[in-house]
Design a protein around this ligand. Structure first.
Ligand SMILES: [Zn+2]
Length: 293
């Protein structure tokens, strides 16, 4: 493979420094990730001992130039949150490698979330991650003040949609079509659907994104090892051919570390039997455009 600019859209924050600074979050972090540790066969809790410097080195060793580090905020369900100043600090320490997206969580109240969003904007974050599975139907009009502000600030609205095995998550709020109203009512808002909405990949790609030009999707956790088989409802090679033909500017490479490793994902996607130009867009250029880099 030629050397492309590679941007990993989906890496979870959670470095050794974080747990040293906020040791009281370690237990709830473990409770959240426990089902993933069981199902993905990865030493997720071991990654809590990896320093920021080593994480950056690991990402770069896989051929990744820049990564979006995603924060979590599951209060009040889990007493757990990445403080904004911590995430801003990640960017400050590695401005040429790290872009951070904090988690926007209206479960604590929409007004409070709007206030926090103002603070996120003030700190210069370019986007947020949202987990409707913990707080409700994202097309519910009571959440519209969040999207209004995000659009006003030109910030990216990334949603976890699709499968969610964390304790307390409701799959009924993870269906990709719930974002159709949001995409239609906020045309200027850039929406990113994580995991291509898996297992509802067809709904996400062929339904939602083909209809709405402001909808993008990432490949978080869709590891070639598990997903290139002949299983229905998964990210078979065919979906990448469809995207190459119809929506080549809408796909964002992401690994979803610690569920998957950048090394395995980048190597797997580099072997995709698609055109070079599409690979360049897919692995980095689409993301570079969205983040205005
Ligand atoms: Zn994720």
């Amino acid at each position: 493979m030629d050397r492309y600019f590679v941007l990993d859209w989906h890496v979870h924050a959670g470095e050794a420094e974080f747990f040293e600074r906020y040791p009281h979050y370690a237990d709830s972090f473990r409770a959240f990730w426990q089902p993933f540790a069981e199902q993905y066969g990865v030493d997720i809790f071991g990654t809590m001992n990896i320093s920021l410097a080593d994480k950056v080195k690991m990402v770069q060793a896989a051929g990744v130039d820049r990564a979006v580090l995603i924060g979590l905020d599951f209060e009040p369900d889990f007493p757990f949150k990445f403080p904004l100043e911590y995430l801003a600090g990640l960017e400050k320490q590695h401005p040429d490698v790290i872009t951070a997206f904090p988690c926007l969580n209206p479960k604590k109240g929409v007004e409070r979330a709007v206030e926090e969003l103002q603070e996120m904007h003030r700190l210069g974050f370019k986007g947020v991650k949202m987990y409707p599975c913990f707080w409700g139907d994202p097309s519910d009009r009571r959440f519209y003040p969040l999207y209004e502000k995000l659009a006003e600030y030109g910030m990216i609205a990334m949603f976890h949609m699709g499968s969610q095995i964390a304790p307390g998550a409701r799959l009924k709020w993870c269906l990709p079509y719930l974002l159709d109203d949001v995409a239609m009512d906020f045309r200027e808002l850039t929406i990113v659907v994580a995991h291509m909405g898996w297992p509802w990949i067809g709904e996400c790609v062929m339904g939602l994104a083909r209809k709405n030009k402001n909808v993008y999707f990432d490949t978080g956790s869709l590891g070639p090892r598990q997903h290139w088989g002949n299983v229905q409802y998964t990210a078979n090679e065919g979906i990448y051919h469809y995207i190459e033909q119809r929506l080549p500017d809408r796909i964002l490479y992401g690994c979803d570390y610690p569920n998957m490793t950048p090394k395995e994902m980048v190597a797997g996607f580099s072997r995709l039997p698609v055109g070079e130009e599409f690979k360049r867009q897919f692995l980095g250029e689409n993301a570079r455009r969205l983040l205005r880099l």
